[in-house]
Design a protein around this ligand. Structure first.
Ligand SMILES: Nc1ncnc2c1ncn2[C@@H]1O[C@H](COP(=O)(O)OP(=O)(O)OP(=O)(O)O)[C@@H](O)[C@H]1O
Length: 248
């Protein structure tokens, strides 16, 4: 599904991402972890076209997407969420899905036979935890609490009917109760066979979900493997020393 080869990017003197390689197969869930500033978001930005690499390649479904702009990457079926939610604040929650629902990708996939897009949008919001008959679905995004904005980020990804979803710290800023209610939403996506990359600081929850974990430190991949073996590696423990070690 995805192959990342020698991906590198520096900002001034900071090597944010340094020669990162990995592959991801269909239906797999890859967790990306690492201390603050280790290059996780930059890696997401490089894969999804928001930042251009200095070196390296991104191959998605066998096609070289390196340096393609974000909208082309999205149209090919690679959706991403943002750590800081980026809704259209003046639009109602469900109308925020229109960009994806009216996209050439979705039109093409459905051969023009779409039906009622508002109903589809509301179904998607329900799938990610908006209560169907509550007002949150029709509230403007500007008035939604943070927890719902994160759910909206996920729904925007799903609306694109993606082949791969990259979630950048979906659980950040959520209360423990909100995370606990979000985990089953993700587990359901995994059970449906969705392919995911999850950048997370919440290790306990991530390790329940991910098949593989990739660890970054100072932009470099220092480990990759299943959650248990990765967290037993001395280099991973020392990278996390003094950082958040939830889940250890
Ligand atoms: N646009 C930019 N301009 C300059 N430096 C940047 C830029 N984006 C990222 N960096 C730097 O690159 C490094 C990696 O940042 P990045 O945000 O990718 O880390 P991160 O692992 O996602 O961090 P966090 O866990 O805190 O979100 C940091 O030193 C950061 O300051």
């Amino acid at each position: 599904m995805l192959a990342v080869k020698g991906l590198s990017r520096a900002f001034g003197g900071v090597q944010a991402v340094d020669q990162v390689d990995f592959e991801l197969k269909r239906n797999q869930v890859l967790g990306v972890i690492g201390p603050n500033g280790s290059g996780k978001t930059t890696l997401v930005n490089l894969i999804t076209g928001f930042v251009r690499p200095d070196k390296g390649k991104v191959i998605f479904k066998g096609k070289n997407i390196t340096k393609k702009p974000p909208y082309k990457v999205a149209q090919m079926g690679l959706a991403r969420s943002f750590q800081m939610a980026k809704p259209f604040y003046q639009l109602e929650a469900y109308k925020n899905l229109n960009v994806a629902l009216y996209s050439p990708r979705v039109k093409g996939l459905l051969g023009g036979k779409f039906g009622d897009r508002d109903a589809v949008a509301k179904d998607l919001l329900e799938e990610v935890g908006f209560e169907r008959d509550s007002q949150v679905i029709t509230q403007t995004a500007s008035s939604l609490p943070h927890g719902y904005l994160k759910r909206l980020e996920l729904a925007k990804c799903l609306a694109l009917r993606p082949d791969l979803i990259v979630l950048d710290e979906l659980f950040s800023g959520l209360s423990l109760a909100e995370v606990a209610s979000m985990v089953p939403v993700i587990e359901k996506l995994v059970a449906q066979g969705k392919t995911l990359i999850m950048v997370e600081h919440r290790l306990r929850e991530l390790f329940r979900i991910a098949d593989q974990v990739l660890v970054l430190n100072f932009g470099r991949k220092i480990a990759q493997g299943n959650p248990t073996e990765v967290m037993d590696m001395p280099e991973v423990k020392s990278a996390y020393l003094g950082a958040e070690t939830e889940g250890f």
